[in-house]
Design a protein around this ligand. Sequence first.
Ligand SMILES: C[S@@+](CC[C@H](N)C(=O)[O-])C[C@H]1O[C@@H](n2cnc3c(N)ncnc32)[C@H](O)[C@@H]1O
Length: 277
Amino acid sequence: MVNKPPYRAFSKAVVTTTKKPSPAQEELARSIADHMDVAYYRYRSSIQRLRENQDADYAVVVGREKIRIQWDGGDFYHHPGISVYRVGVSKITPFIAALRPVWGGRTLDTTMGMGRDALVMADRTENKVLGFEKHPAIAVLTHLGLQSLTRMKRFRKVVPRISVVRGDSFRVMAGLLQPRFDYVLLDPMFPKPVSGSRDMEVMHRLTTPFPFDNELLRLAARSAKRRVLMRWPAHVPVPSVGFDIAIPGARKTTVYLVLNLNRPGTRRRLGCPRSIV
Ligand SMILES: C[S@@+](CC[C@H](N)C(=O)[O-])C[C@H]1O[C@@H](n2cnc3c(N)ncnc32)[C@H](O)[C@@H]1O
């Protein structure tokens, strides 16, 4: 599959605060700038002007309550999206039907994004979710955004089960010699964003589209004991590696492709033994 970036990618970023920041805001902004390896600027007259002067595509802005990404299209905040209606609810959604999470199961979320799937899995399994996010700004937004969700009762017990790690999960999986997780989630960026979604536009501008290859699935299957789930755009032909199940997503724009690793033959078909040690 050839993926053309749908939007011009962001390149330059700056980090700043809102007007009259507290010392804690400034300290957080400095540490985010370090983490992202970009420059921190003290707030002067306006964030828009700072971006223009520095020729920056976006600014990470540390406010009193929240952190946001400000760009030409507006403001982008972390938010839990659909997981607000999924956490603490026993409804069987297509995502749940595809994964069939069991109590105590451990999840590796290889494409953390906003952590919405991670929240659902942490709720359903009542166990840890390890999430990797490659983009430093998204990783920070999600880490801090999840912490602030603990103000909402339904997320209070769920959020502490989730760890957000900045890094490339595909490389991490390549180093795993045994299946360490029950579930592995793959939700790379779709080549075409959902039209009208400003948030997805920002995500697309920040990240690079996903080049699918079978090796990635093999790595995921090697890391999981039970199931691997890949969210896939419904309009794109399904890769011919032989998924065990395909379940249409609730919005029909996506399909959940599942490898059921308890099924005899699935690992063999992918050419990945249970252990390579
Ligand atoms: C569609 S979003 C995932 C949304 C997520 N499932 C959720 O529930 O919020 C894809 C995210 O995966 C990240 N990503 C893509 N490839 C990655 C990799 N190799 N390692 C870690 N993160 C990756 C992108 O930066 C992007 O933030």
